[in-house]
Design a protein around this ligand. Structure first.
Ligand code: ADP
Length: 255
């Protein structure tokens, strides 16, 4: 009853109701984003497929201008696919709904799946992806899709911020019942003062005139890796390049 007579406390009750409403709206928004991004995937994929058929000369030879146009359609479709997959993953993260399919996975499979996804982008900039994977790497306990997604994100960024005609190094090595994965580029690097915020949602390094990024990729990557019990990190030096890495537990390490 004291509570009822106290204006301040009654005020707080109203605030709590608003918070509930806020959560409901937020959840509706998140579900909406999940549905829309999921629905967009299919038509965008088919645009990409059609453009790819044209590029591969399957329908007849294209002149230079037509080739340029179909290339740009493919690239833009790729960008849209990236954005939809980031939105979809972000909505999973926001609803605390990261569904992991943990199973023993080979580090080489994770790396190969990622390389396949970005090979085309790398070739466009004449970037060579070099791998350093010992043959006897132990399996990791991982969600193959989500971990490859993180690797693809590292590689897409590395390609984006590397100069034409350069190398990107991908490595994996075992240490203390974990496997460490790293992607090193020799591109523009990141100013030290921004490194603590690099895994924050929507964070983009100021002055990056990069129209393609959402600032979500690394935030989602961090959530995915930490949900699997791993850690994620970055080292970078402006003008020299960046190294992004994560580790995962080896399969059955606690048996
Ligand atoms: P985005 O989708 O914008 O790339 P990310 O979360 O993947 O978002 O990255 C956040 C920001 O970190 C980028 O906008 C970019 O400024 C910076 N960044 C990420 N990777 C690299 C890299 N390899 N080299 C330089 N800057 C990078």
């Amino acid at each position: 009853l004291d509570v009822m007579n106290n204006g301040e406390v009654a005020g707080q009750v109203i605030v709590l109701r608003n918070i509930t409403l806020f959560h409901e709206l937020n959840e509706a928004k998140t579900n909406f984003i999940a549905t829309v991004s999921h629905e967009l995937k299919t038509p965008i994929s088919s645009i990409k497929m059609s453009a790819r058929l044209l590029t591969d000369n399957r329908v007849g030879a294209l002149n230079t201008e037509q080739q340029e146009l179909t290339k740009s359609i493919t690239e833009d479709a790729d960008r849209l696919l990236n954005i939809t997959s980031e939105l979809l993953n972000m909505s999973q993260v926001e609803t605390g709904n990261i569904q992991l399919k943990l199973q023993p996975a080979s580090p080489a499979a994770i790396v190969e799946q990622a390389i396949q996804a970005v090979q085309f982008q790398a070739q466009q900039k004449n970037i060579v992806l070099r791998t350093n994977l010992p043959l006897d790497l132990p399996q990791v306990q991982a969600d193959l899709e989500k971990t490859s997604w993180v690797m693809i994100n590292f590689l897409t960024n590395a390609i984006r911020y590397s100069p034409d005609t350069s190398f990107i190094d991908i490595a994996a090595y075992p240490k203390d019942s974990k496997v460490f994965f790293t992607v090193t580029d020799y591109g523009k690097g990141i100013d030290e003062k921004y490194l603590p915020r690099i895994f924050d949602r929507y964070f983009k390094v100021p002055g990056t005139h990069e129209r393609n990024g959402t600032g979500l990729g690394l935030a989602i990557s961090k959530e995915f890796i930490e949900a699997q019990g791993g850690t994620i990190w970055v080292k970078s030096r402006i003008g020299e390049g960046s190294l992004f890495g994560f580790d995962l537990n080896t399969a059955h390490h606690d048996l």
